[in-house]
Design a protein around this ligand. Sequence first.
Ligand SMILES: [Zn+2]
Length: 123
Amino acid sequence: MLQDLIEGNSDFIRNEVYTIDHKALIYKTTDGQHPKAIVLSCIDSKVPVALIFDQTIGDAFVARVAGNFKNTDILGSIKYSCKVAESKLVFVLEHESCVVIKSACDHVKLKNINVYSKHSANS
Ligand SMILES: [Zn+2]
């Protein structure tokens, strides 16, 4: 599982991603899915999770939240992924130059970003 993500990221870095029959994958996953991993990521548009790991339909769940922190919903999604869909890997993806973290440091006042700021201050 982890090796698939590492190799997929290497393919992405080398710009060697392959053409995929998405229609076939949609059909294959219609009646169920068992993604190998769940990736926790920030919402940052510079980090398209499936693309940077060269993954496709049915390969991984992606739980995204601004600033990439855990909350009840994210933990529930991770639990669902592992307990129900039998994912074997929880991958926490960090990235550089996070505008959400910068916003929190700049005291941007948005309700949910403030939750992150309080969380960080109390951690
Ligand atoms: Zn970010």
